[in-house]
Design a protein around this ligand. Structure first.
Ligand SMILES: NC(=O)c1ccc[n+]([C@@H]2O[C@H](COP(=O)([O-])OP(=O)(O)OC[C@H]3O[C@@H](n4cnc5c(N)ncnc54)[C@H](O)[C@@H]3O)[C@@H](O)[C@H]2O)c1
Length: 316
């Protein structure tokens, strides 16, 4: 195996994916690509490169110079931000994704991991137990760009033989790197504010039920799909993965169990509420379970306890 390039390594997921991949494949094998956001210190000690994914020639250069055989393409502009900066979101999410796939194809890269999102669904998609293969009518710049990535990933696989794999991640919750204005970030912010001030003002309504996943499960999903036997895959760039569904109200109960002084209030942001209302509440992930053995580990209670404990240490 050659080297692995991770784009967007300073991001919420990339910053935990790079150390996980370095543990498995070795420090020198995993090249951390970053842009604008600086890398966390632990990652910057290993091989890394400044890389703007909107620059096709720059990707070609990195792929050739570092002898890249696999790419985890994690660079993105997330949901709520993408609504505010459409132009940049189009450049990064659509042009950037195309550049990564085309460069991989032209330079003989073997495998590209291309994460999608539950944002790839829309209000015509069945909300409960959303099937893997169903109606996709997103009405956000981010969601549309995710459908583009799924379709292009499947195109590069079926037409050009590039092994592209992807999962539709739900809201990912983690303590190491803060999320960047997605729609599900309330679930992370609630922990920070519970520790700092015993209170949190939530921008989604108390009964907004959305699928969520704790970071260790998200990393396992990416790594296990990456390792999966190609012969077992029927789907490629578009796997549903489900871990848990909860509402702000239910998460607040868990936080209050750990910190009895915690209080939650609601001040609804219509933009993010409308985005959340168009997303699924739970997903049928039987294809992922069958084709590559997907199985989440964390429940909401385990997530809450682990988040709280780690954030208390981090913020001390
Ligand atoms: N975090 C979640 O809850 C979540 C949920 C569903 C899907 N996803 C998907 O997972 C992937 C990673 O998400 P994340 O949460 O780590 O995102 P993030 O916003 O935390 O990180 C994205 C990174 O991309 C970088 N970036 C921006 N413009 C760039 C450019 N022109 N060139 C190179 N890099 C650039 C940013 O600097 C940032 O470090 C994305 O594809 C995202 O859509 C994330």
């Amino acid at each position: 195996m050659g080297n692995i390039l991770v784009t967007g390594s300073a991001g919420q997921i990339g910053s935990e994916l790079v150390p996980a991949l370095r543990n498995i494949y070795g420090e020198s094998t995993v090249i951390a690509g970053w842009n604008k956001t600086p890398l966390p210190e632990d990652i910057s000690k290993g091989p890394n490169v400044l890389l703007d994914v909107t620059d096709f020639e720059a990707i070609n250069k990195v792929v050739k110079n570092f002898e890249i055989s696999s790419i985890f393409h994690m660079s993105s502009i997330l949901s709520a931000t993408a609504e505010a900066i459409r132009n940049t979101a189009h450049n990064v999410n659509i042009n950037g994704t195309f550049n990564v796939l085309e460069s991989a194809h032209q330079n003989g890269v073997e495998k590209v991991m291309l994460p999608s999102s539950i944002a790839a669904f829309g209000d015509k998609t069945p909300r409960d137990m959303t099937p893997n293969d169903t109606i996709q009518n997103p009405d956000t710049v981010y969601g549309i760009s995710k459908v583009f990535g799924e379709l292009m990933g499947n195109y590069y696989y079926s037409k050009l033989g590039l092994d592209v794999r992807g999962i539709r991640l739900p809201g990912v919750i983690s303590w190491k790197t803060e999320p960047t204005a997605g729609t599900t970030d309330y679930a992370v912010a609630m922990f920070y504010e519970a520790i700092k001030s015993n209170s949190y003002e939530c921008y989604l309504a108390p009964d907004t039920s959305l699928p969520m996943m704790y970071m260790p499960d998200a990393i396992n999903a990416l790594v296990n799909l990456f390792k999966a036997d190609h012969g077992n895959l029927i789907h490629h760039s578009d796997f549903n993965v489900h871990a848990m569904t909860f509402t702000p109200e239910a998460l607040a109960v868990e936080v209050k169990r750990i910190n009895p002084k915690f209080q939650i209030e609601y001040q609804i942001d219509p933009v993010r509420q409308a985005i959340a209302n168009s997303w699924p509440s739970s997903l049928d992930d039987s294809a992922a379970r069958k084709e590559w053995g997907w199985k989440p580990q964390y429940s909401i209670r385990e997530l809450a306890e682990d988040m709280y404990k780690n954030l208390v240490t981090k913020l001390a």
